[in-house]
Design a protein around this ligand. Structure first.
Ligand code: ADP
Length: 515
């Protein structure tokens, strides 16, 4: 008896000081003992836990379920294990896990039950926080306009609604477990396989455009970025993708529009060159014949006839000039003007141009002065630079009244040579100055204008100077005169050539042939 009492005391001490809740019930599930820890967890007194009093400690929301599980286990003689909450009278809630084993007699009959109750509030809280954060992330991904698809072992393991839409699937199950290689257009398979192995090796892969196969058999253009990740301990990747059908269509349209534009441009260039050529050809014999008649080769001509023929000659010459200008500007715009770039002496070029124009200036009683500073040799196309200078002097003569003066000045700084043509002619208003370098622009564009010309000269000059890497500009005051200046760098580096001839490559060839 004493030994039994001692043993009972030992167990009570053990149970009383255990850090888990311990209880004892009879064979019908009625409480007969609760240890201190359980009393603390439930907030009930020892007496209150007796009988079925313990059930009051269960959270009202869990109580019915737990009692059902408890009596079911008793009835079927099954072990009882359940997770639920205690709600103490003071409102404190504790998550617990309760496990119960049967206490049997010598012949196997059930004498009662012994249960342990462990507080799992902390791990539950952590679990809930994790779930909450998972839910939050999931909802971000689920509502994302970008498609998210995860693959592991080349099988789809997750897709969000946007990705389902891309593939034309109505449920994630239609895609989950599917081999990713069946979803990729055959043209891109090798690329994707290589990419996945690179990603898994830890290499960073750039944004990729590819085609997926949709459930309805069509293909779809997507852009995606993929990132390696681990799924249930296995290596995989996930892709963030977007449908780029619209963009692809727009690109296609743009490409088409560009082709058409190029075609139109080719046609324009061809038309210009053919027309110019066809117009020039008959002019040459007309002019030749006129000169023969004027020279008296076919006999004497009257003064009246001479005047009339001279007028015709002046106009055919003007027409010829215009055709040459049109041809020049179209070649320059198409980037196919041939430049013969050689090391040259600019002093000589400018001097010769001035001398060429001297008679024309004298005919209008204009002073033509050449102010020269020696400049180093540079690389230019002599004929084209001469054309620019003559054009500027010609304009100066044209737009300066009799008795005026024109000064041509050559100078240089450390990088550039500069040619300035200064006149004290009619001048140009500020607002008209900039547009003069665009084709067919004249200050006075009326049909009744006083000065003849096509409005092409300065546009041609600008393109020639730009080709040489220089700049051309104007300073002018209405009624006082104008200065046209251009620079040419000593170190010739033509940046325009490449881009232009690439852009108009084909047009250029047509033009070369035509001209
Ligand atoms: P064009 O002289 O054949 O009409 P340009 O392109 O050479 O063509 O010149 C365009 C216009 O610029 C001229 O029509 C004229 O209005 C103006 N312009 C050019 N040079 C001068 C100048 N030295 N003085 C005044 N106006 C000028």
């Amino acid at each position: 008896e004493e030994a039994l009492r001692q043993s009972e005391k030992r167990y009570q001490t053990l149970a009383g000081s255990a850090p888990v809740g311990i209880f004892h019930s009879d064979a019908q599930g009625r409480g007969v003992y609760s240890n201190n820890r359980l009393i603390e967890m439930t907030g009930l007194s020892q007496e209150q836990t007796l009988g079925f009093g313990w059930s009051k400690s269960i959270h009202p929301e869990d109580r019915e379920r737990v009692l059902k599980e408890w009596f079911n286990a008793l009835e079927k003689k099954l072990p009882f294990r359940s997770e639920y909450r205690f709600k103490r009278p003071d409102g404190v809630t504790t998550w617990v896990i309760c496990q119960v084993v049967a206490q049997t007699g010598d012949s196997g009959e059930i004498l009662g039950y012994i249960g342990t109750v462990t507080d799992i509030t902390e791990s539950k809280r952590a679990e809930e926080a994790l779930k909450e954060s998972e839910d939050r992330h999931r909802s971000v991904i689920e509502s994302s306009p970008f498609g998210f698809a995860f693959q592991s072992d080349h099988k789809v393991v997750y897709v969000n609604p946007a990705a389902m839409k891309i593939f034309g699937a109505s449920k994630p199950e239609e895609l989950i477990g599917e081999s990713i290689f069946r979803l990729i257009h055959p043209d891109y398979l090798d690329k994707v396989k290589e990419r996945i192995s690179k990603l898994i090796r830890g290499e960073i892969e750039p944004l990729m455009e590819l085609k997926f196969l949709r459930f309805d058999g069509t293909s779809i253009d997507v852009e995606l970025v993929s990132i390696p990740f681990t799924y249930m301990g296995k290596q995989g990747t996930y892709a963030i993708m977007q449908d780029i059908t619209e963009r692809k269509l727009a690109e296609e349209h743009l490409k088409q529009a560009n082709i058409e534009l190029r075609k139109a441009d080719e046609l324009k260039t061809k038309f210009l060159s053919v027309v110019s050529h066809e117009l020039r050809t008959p002019l040459t014999p007309i002019n030749a014949q006129l000169q023969i008649i004027l020279a008296g080769y076919f006999g004497d001509i009257t003064e009246k006839q001479k005047k009339s023929l001279e007028m015709i000659f002046r106009n055919t010459t003007r027409l010829d000039r215009l055709i040459v200008d049109i041809l020049d500007i179209s070649k320059l715009e198409a980037g196919v003007m041939k430049f013969n770039m050689v090391r040259s002496n600019l002093n000589e070029i400018v001097e010769n141009a001035v001398e060429t124009m001297r008679t024309q200036a004298q005919n209008k009683s204009l002073k033509l002065i050449f102010k020269e500073n020696k400049v180093p040799e540079l690389t230019v196309d002599k004929d084209r630079i001469t054309q620019v200078i003559i054009n500027l002097i010609n304009n100066a003569i044209k737009f300066t009244d009799e008795g005026g003066a024109i000064e041509v000045q050559l100078s240089g700084d450390s990088d550039h040579a500069c040619v300035a043509v200064r006149d004290n002619g009619i001048g140009i208003k500020k607002e008209d100055q900039e547009r003069l370098f665009t084709p067919f622009q004249q200050v006075d564009s009326s049909y009744t204008r006083k000065y003849e010309g096509s409005g092409l000269g300065l546009a041609i000059c600008k393109r020639i100077v730009t080709y040489h890497g220089g700049k051309i500009w104007i300073e002018s005051e209405l009624g006082k005169g104008s200065v046209f200046q251009f620079t040419i760098p000593y170190n010739y580096k033509n940046k325009e050539e490449k881009t232009e001839s690439n852009l108009f490559g084909k047009a250029g060839k047509v033009l070369e042939k035509g001209a």
